[in-house]
Ligand binder design. Structure first.
Ligand code: 16C
Length: 258
């Protein structure tokens, strides 16, 4: 439809460095704006988010939400890790080539490249007994944010986001028996730099990357509530710890990527 094909030209709202010019541009831009409002970490505890897991700097929050009998609890995690930049953190989350290094999906396919930093992906997740196996079909885009909303008293050096959300695609070859889960996920990262006191060069020791990760997943069909809630409470912290360690390891001897 012609609405989808509009090029996004609103200078007021144009926070993005990359020009957005594909059929899902408007929707992508809208979702990015919504996710960015979450950068402000204040009030996590008193705005309806319950903390359900904590491990060092990592905190996982949820809101309980049931839609048509399905558990759709929104999840939000905050984390902060040293030695890497926001761009590095988002890069490995977005690039298809390294997906198997950090995510245990069984099938992973890129169905379309909408632009240099936007793909449409299809993937299947491991089956969890006694529920049916799940797959998801989603757009994934990595964007630099030029004017992020202010969060606290620190000023970030830069802000990047990866935004994933379910879309349709005519060429999807779905794995038989899978139930389609609907996802809306964002990884928002900000680099903070503490320059050396002696005026020396910026090294990895000067870098801190603050992370906000949000996941709204609708399991798409029956799944036992208690199993689902105990699985996500275990799996999201595991993912955040594994993934952030992975990026730190990957970059430690490489040049800093801003
Ligand atoms: O964000 C992550 N990965 C991204 C790139 O692939 C992408 C994918 C997110 C997929 C999220 C889960 C897919 C649906 C699984 C539904 C399973 C139902 C099982 C029934 C069990 C009785 O954005 C990294 C994601 C890492 C975390 C994966 C944890 C998956 C556990 C299942 C969570 C279901 C939450 C349901 C909503 C309350």
């Amino acid at each position: 439809n012609s609405d989808d094909e509009d090029v996004f030209f609103d200078p007021e709202a144009d926070l993005m460095q990359n020009k957005i010019t594909h059929r899902h541009s408007k929707e992508l831009n809208k979702r990015i704006q919504e996710h960015l409002s979450l950068i402000d970490r204040s009030g996590n505890e008193d705005s309806g988010w319950d903390i359900i897991a904590e491990d060092g700097e990592m905190k996982l929050y949820r809101k309980e939400l049931v839609i048509n009998g399905l558990i759709c609890d929104p999840l939000k995690a905050v984390h902060s890790v040293g030695s890497v930049t926001a761009k590095e953190m988002c890069h490995y989350f977005w690039v298809p080539e390294v997906r198997k290094d950090w995510e245990k999906t069984e099938v992973f396919q890129v169905l379309e490249n909408l632009d240099e930093f936007t793909t449409i992906n299809y993937q299947t997740h491991k089956q969890v007994w006694p529920a049916a196996q799940r797959d998801c079909l989603y757009l994934s885009s990595m964007v630099k944010v030029d004017s992020p909303p202010c969060a606290g008293d620190k000023t970030p050096h830069d802000t990047w986001i990866v935004c994933n959300f379910s879309v349709d695609h005519p060429e999807v070859n779905s794995v038989p028996g899978c139930v389609r889960a609907l996802i809306e996920v964002a990884l928002i990262c900000q680099t903070f730099i503490t320059p050396p006191k002696d005026g020396g060069p910026i090294t990895r020791d000067c870098l801190q990357c603050d992370i906000v990760y949000v996941a709204n997943v609708n399991p798409g069909g029956w799944a036992p509530a208690s199993v689902l809630r105990s699985i996500y409470k275990r799996e999201y912290p595991k993912f955040l710890n594994f993934y952030t360690n992975y990026v730190q390891e990957k970059r430690k001897d490489l040049e800093i990527l801003f």
